[in-house]
Design a protein around this ligand. Structure first.
Ligand SMILES: Cc1cc2nc3c(=O)[nH]c(=O)nc-3n(C[C@H](O)[C@H](O)[C@H](O)COP(=O)(O)OP(=O)(O)OC[C@H]3O[C@@H](n4cnc5c(N)ncnc54)[C@H](O)[C@@H]3O)c2cc1C
Length: 385
């Protein structure tokens, strides 16, 4: 197939450019669950909390949160988890297929550590892994004493008294990986058109057309993979699942010796990923428009949350402050498949886990476009559900 990628920014923009880079199928679970409702309500009214809803009238957001609340039941979570599990099982293999196809980027195997101040704080994570295993996905974990955690990752401070090691996950550096991906598209004859906003996609006769200010692009098939902005283009084609931005923040800081593995602090909803002689710090879930400005106060809250948990970091040399919109759906499932208009497809709504599930989504959707048959692993994520 001849491929053209059109982006309103550069090829490396949006949520994919500054995230944590965990490729961790064991963590790919639906976001709406009963505890989210309790936690979310408390967090909204707590200043400096990692979950925030900036105050302003926004009917679309209110509707989204109301619908998401409706999916925060145990039954809905388990149903969605059964849908995720077969897709999750193919996630790492899809990265390997990209590497074999010429995407030259580091794709590092690592055991991820979750660090806790108190073993009782891990009950939510255990419950989540229980649901993942119940849906048929295997998860290899090991419980770590305080000594074991600090031996494995000496940068964790003495405040961390308990750890959970999650075996055989991977991580990437998002920018390096993104560059390798676009290089591979160009090397194989694909075209990447930057700074070109698609204002509309339509079907005309037996072709589909993407309209930009400069020109129209006509094609046999169009995939709308524009993250948290997808609803505007996909809505006219029968896609009703609400998508809203759950904005996350990141920055990098130098560290006195390389971090050995990605670390996740579920208690404060922060993560850190090795990035050479620096670490990338990620966190926050801010429900707001995808293009709202970066709020410095969120970065300051992340620093306050993380300072007591890690050592050896030079906080004064912070750089790369970044905010990006996770494309959240109200039912916590991605949107993958053909719309009501033949030839127009969607690949979006991956929420917290689009880095992990991006390659497998592309692989299976390409199969659908090429053969006209929907692979069973993406059937539950239909764009017309
Ligand atoms: C802080 C943070 C940490 C995260 N950590 C992880 C992690 O560790 N592991 C993981 O698996 N996932 C993680 N995620 C989630 C992951 O980043 C997202 O799910 C994923 O990047 C979404 O990819 P996307 O391609 O759908 O959207 P995006 O990456 O946002 O890309 C959408 C693109 O569409 C373009 N665009 C928008 N509208 C138009 C238009 N009209 N015309 C042309 N172009 C347009 C934008 O410029 C953008 O480049 C994290 C997210 C955040 C914010």
């Amino acid at each position: 197939m001849r491929v053209t990628v059109i982006d309103r920014n550069q090829e490396l923009a949006g949520a994919s450019s500054g995230n944590a880079g965990f490729v961790s199928p064991a963590h790919c679970v639906p976001l709406p669950e009963p505890n989210l409702l309790k936690y979310g309500l408390r967090a909204i009214f707590t200043p400096g909390s990692p979950v925030c809803v900036p105050l302003r009238g926004d009917l679309r957001r209110a509707k989204f949160l109301f619908e998401m609340a409706g999916h925060c039941t145990s039954a809905a979570w388990h149903r969605a988890m059964w849908a995720y599990s077969p897709l999750n099982a193919l996630a790492i293999g899809a990265y390997d297929a990209q590497r074999d196809g010429g995407v030259i980027a580091d794709f590092t195997t690592a055991d991820l550590v979750s660090g806790f101040r108190d073993p009782r704080d891990a009950s939510g994570l255990f419950e989540e892994f229980g649901g993942v295993v119940d849906a048929g996905q295997s998860v290899g974990i090991e419980l770590l004493t305080a000594d074991e955690v600090h031996r494995l990752e000496p940068h964790l401070s003495s405040a961390i008294r308990f750890g959970v090691l999650l075996r055989d996950q991977r991580f990437v550096t998002p920018r390096t990986y993104g560059k390798a991906l676009s290089q591979s598209v160009s090397d194989r004859g694909g075209e990447i058109i930057e700074h070109s906003l698609v204002s509309e996609v339509v079907r005309i006769g037996n072709r589909v057309v993407a309209r930009t200010l400069a020109r129209d692009f006509d094609a046999d098939a169009i995939v709308l993979a524009n993250g948290a902005w997808v609803s505007e283009l996909a809505g006219p084609h029968g896609v009703r699942v609400p998508v809203y931005a759950g904005r996350g923040y990141s920055f990098t800081v130098p560290i006195d010796s390389p971090l050995k593995r990605p670390v996740h602090f579920p208690g404060s909803r922060l993560g850190i990923t090795p990035d050479g002689n620096r670490v990338r710090v990620v966190g926050v879930m801010e429900f707001d428009e995808p293009d709202a400005p970066l709020r410095r106060s969120r970065i300051n809250s992340m620093i306050r949350g993380l300072k007591p948990l890690i050592t050896g970091v030079d906080w004064d040399e912070r750089s790369d402050d970044w905010v990006g919109p996770r494309p959240l759906t109200s039912d916590g499932m991605p949107i993958i498949g053909e719309t009501a208009t033949p030839g127009i497809y969607v690949a979006s709504g991956h929420g917290m886990w689009g880095m992990t599930l991006g390659p497998v989504t592309g692989q299976l959707l390409a199969e659908e476009i090429a053969t006209g048959r929907t692979p069973i692993e993406i059937a539950p994520f239909s764009a017309l559900r």
